[in-house]
Design a protein around this ligand. Structure first.
Ligand SMILES: *Cc1c(COP(=O)(O)O)cnc(C)c1O
Length: 462
């Protein structure tokens, strides 16, 4: 490392008057230029440490470098990425991409004023929940519906409203942690209810519920074990049995379905996920599920069930603190409408389209991507079969057959390649399997192939 070179780096203030840098002042504020210069100089010091040399600070190339640093500073922090992981409901990547009509509804609601809480028939105050109530009751068979911020909020509201200072009975097989520290036992106790555990991890019988029942019991809570699956020597009562028992004894049967699908995915050969309608038909009093998991809509916590229970929820002050906003409501309504005839949700809703995509269609996408990559200098790509999963605590243990394109860039190892892809523009999130970087075709969206090729081209041939 040459200390002299470090000393030759000019002060940021002196650099502002360099001709190339000063010219940037026409487009950018002084503060932005200073911040960008600092970024460039940090990078330069790192390069010097690695044995690099000094640039010509007065050159156009150096001014360009500052300009590139400024552009990247102006980029939004929250921005689109390309999901090459194959995990459809990827919580860290924002879960469900929305259908075009949902985007239009959000855009329209965001741009101006809406009738969110205004009844256009009477000219009086309306309820924000009325926009989705009938859609949800039609699609699930429930008497009424209300929506909050997310499913975690829905469970919280349900516990606080119906079980405060009372007992909630839960099977030990369902005391799960969903992620982001959402743990069923904690949600119950933190909302002032008492947890009564029954049964064992693998087996819980009707008699366990009968023995736990007391005057203090308010709720029997059934939870979807979203992110794990019990296999082998297991047992639990059916929803019908639990519902009959609950109603004979004047307590509520509440179900946290988590993913909550509105269509029967088994018809597509995917898992045995119970539908929301089946839970309602089985006699569950209140069912809660997410808007942005298998439903394929915006983040939301949907609560459907008995009219008197939904009415009670609408009255609790807690609902106000978990209020769903107009953008989410707009997107949710538009998404729910795609579940009605003449639409086919498997075609219209991106999450369902990805989930039900056929292997030959995925192979075609992977091939198209691979062909585009092979046209780039210093890049080679192959098509390979791969197994993926739905993600987001949906369809645990179900493997989805897919195809991927591998990416090999000359001189770069897999770890360097995956990092470069992630730091590229647009950012691409892939996987490394058996030392190969790959992008799963299942989660690629329209237009992604061209964008991947552009990003990879810039990495391979800077
Ligand atoms: C995902 C999940 C939740 C949390 O839902 P969010 O909408 O992310 O708040 C709660 N319960 C179950 C069973 C889940 O699968």
């Amino acid at each position: 490392m040459n200390k002299d070179l470090f000393r030759q780096i000019p002060q940021v203030n002196d650099m502002l008057s360099l001709p190339g840098v000063a010219a940037l002042g026409e487009q950018w504020s002084r503060g932005e230029i200073v911040a960008a210069l600092r970024d460039v100089l940090d990078q330069l010091r790192a390069d010097l440490k690695d044995g690099g040399g000094l640039p010509d600070f007065a050159s156009d190339e150096f001014a360009d470098e500052v300009s590139v640093a400024m552009t990247s500073r102006r980029q939004l922090n929250l921005r689109p990425v390309i999901n090459g992981t194959g995990i459809i409901i990827h919580t860290n990547l924002g879960r469900a991409p929305l259908a075009p009509t949902a985007l239009q509804a959000m855009d329209a609601a965001a741009r101006g004023y809406t009738n969110i809480e205004f009844d256009l028939n009477t000219g009086k105050r309306g309820s924000r929940y009325d926009h989705i109530r009938e859609l949800l009751t039609d699609l699930t068979g429930a008497e009424d519906a209300v929506v909050v911020n997310n499913c975690a909020a829905a469970v919280t509201v349900a516990m606080a409203t119906f079980a405060k200072d009372r007992d909630v009975i839960v099977s030990r097989g369902e005391l799960v942690e969903i992620g982001g520290s959402f743990r069923i036992p904690d949600v119950i106790t933190q909302n002032g209810a008492r947890l009564v555990e029954v049964g064992t991890t693998n087996k819980t019988h009707m008699a366990d519920f009968e023995n736990a029942l007391s005057d203090e019991t308010a709720v029997i809570l059934r939870t979807h074990t979203s992110n794990y699956r019990l296999l082998g020597f297991t047992a639990k009562p059916t929803l019908q049995e639990l519902a009959k028992f609950a109603h004979d004894n004047n307590v509520l049967l509440v179900e946290d379905l988590g993913s909550g699908t509105l269509i029967d995915l088994a018809q597509h050969g995917i898992g045995e996920e119970p539908t929301v309608g089946e839970s309602i038909a089985a006699g569950v009093d209140l069912v809660m599920f997410s808007g942005d998991k298998l439903l394929g809509g915006p983040q939301a916590g949907i609560m459907v069930g008995r009219a008197d229970l939904i009415a009670a929820i609408r009255k609790t002050p807690l609902l106000r603190a978990m209020r769903v906003d107009k953008l989410s409501l707009a997107a949710l309504e538009a998404t729910l409408r795609l579940y009605q005839a003449p639409f086919q949700p498997e075609v219209e809703i991106p999450v369902l389209a990805m989930l039900t995509a056929k292997p030959d269609a995925l192979q075609a996408v992977a091939t198209e991507l691979s062909d585009a990559l092979n046209q780039i200098d210093r890049v080679t790509s192959q098509v390979q079969p791969i197994r993926g999963e739905a993600g987001g605590g949906s369809l645990p243990g179900i493997e989805l057959e897919s195809f991927c394109a591998t990416i090999e860039i000359n001189d770069l190892g897999p770890q360097q390649t995956i990092t470069a892809l992630r730091e590229g523009d647009p950012a691409i999130i892939g996987r490394i399997v058996k030392d190969k970087v790959l992008l799963d075709a299942r989660t690629l969206m329209h237009g992604d192939i061209v964008r991947v090729a552009r990003s990879v081209g810039a990495i391979a041939n800077p």
